[in-house]
Design a protein around this ligand. Structure first.
Ligand SMILES: NC(=O)c1ccc[n+]([C@@H]2O[C@H](COP(=O)([O-])OP(=O)(O)OC[C@H]3O[C@@H](n4cnc5c(N)ncnc54)[C@H](OP(=O)(O)O)[C@@H]3O)[C@@H](O)[C@H]2O)c1
Length: 252
């Protein structure tokens, strides 16, 4: 079974930070940008984040636009996307908004040793499955599991560790970056990616597919050369519906 076509989406500062070091989430996006990301979500089957993002931001990760939800429901889909979280430790709060919002299933991918305790923790959580993804958890196996759940198009929304994992594993097909017009400048704040060996290095750079202005935000869309070589396959036709007409957006 084919792995899902995987799109990474991230908002960054001019100096590459994705948050500041304060307890509150730094707003790097605009309403217009949030709305485009909402449109992108509506075109996907699942959304994936890391446990760090769930703990820090407590996001809902829903499709916000009623019109987009209607279109999904009319097409026989759920209004929201399947939500997946990578948590090697399995130490997540089943009461977090990630788990208690949305009309689609939620999946927690843990490490093998953490699996029994995590399964116990989520026993009473409706619509949530806990999956043993091995020790250490293998991203390829996680994507295969999502594919078996019918996920053909996956949106990854952070944070640093998860973006780094996808990019260093060569498992990101596409990248959507929204660049905010300011600096953060705090070395203790999280960046888009950490150190690693990236297949999309200087010798095999990503292909810049699109650059657009959204008010003061610059939106860039890249595709890995590997994905570009598969043009004609799922989502590789340059028209992924990600940039549909915007409507007023909300927080994530
Ligand atoms: N600007 C943006 O667009 C944006 C979007 C999202 C997030 N963010 C920011 O990103 C920051 C969080 O980033 P982060 O790096 O701390 O956290 P993260 O990438 O969201 O999550 C890291 C966690 O993922 C789990 N993990 C990592 N590799 C794994 C693997 N192979 N298998 C299973 N689980 C694995 C571990 O969870 P356990 O600890 O449970 O083992 C790890 O602690 C926050 O400040 C947030 O605001 C920004």
């Amino acid at each position: 079974m084919d792995r899902p076509y995987t799109i990474l989406s991230c908002a960054v500062s001019l100096d590459g930070y994705i948050d500041d070091a304060s307890p509150d989430r730094l707003r790097l996006s605009s309403d217009e940008d949030f709305d485009e990301v909402d449109a992108l979500r509506a075109e996907c089957d699942a959304i994936l984040v890391g446990a760090g993002t769930v703990r820090k931001d407590n996001p809902r990760l829903l499709v916000r636009s009623p019109a987009r939800r209607e279109r999904r429901l009319a097409a026989g889909r759920t209004g929201d996307l399947v939500k997946a979280v990578l948590s090697e430790s399995g130490k997540l709060d089943p009461g977090a908004r990630f788990f208690v919002t949305g009309d689609a299933e939620k999946v927690v991918y843990t490490g093998a040793s953490a699996y029994p305790a995590a399964e116990q923790r989520f026993l009473g959580a409706p619509g949530t499955s806990v999956v043993d993804a091995g020790d250490p958890p293998a991203l390829g196996a996680i994507l295969d599991d999502l594919a078996r759940r019918g996920v053909r198009r996956l949106l990854v929304e952070g944070g640093t560790h998860v973006h780094t994992l996808f990019l260093t594993s060569g498992l990101a097909d596409e990248l959507r970056l929204a660049v905010a017009p300011f600096f953060v400048g705090d070395a203790t704040a999280p960046r888009f990616t950490g150190p690693g060996v990236f297949p999309d290095g200087p010798g095999t750079p990503m292909r810049l597919e699109e650059v657009r202005r959204l008010g003061e935000i610059a939106v860039m869309r890249y595709r890995s050369e590997r994905a570009a070589a598969l043009a004609g396959g799922l989502g590789a036709d340059g028209d992924d519906g990600a940039f549909d007409a915007p409507a007023p957006g909300a927080d994530r």
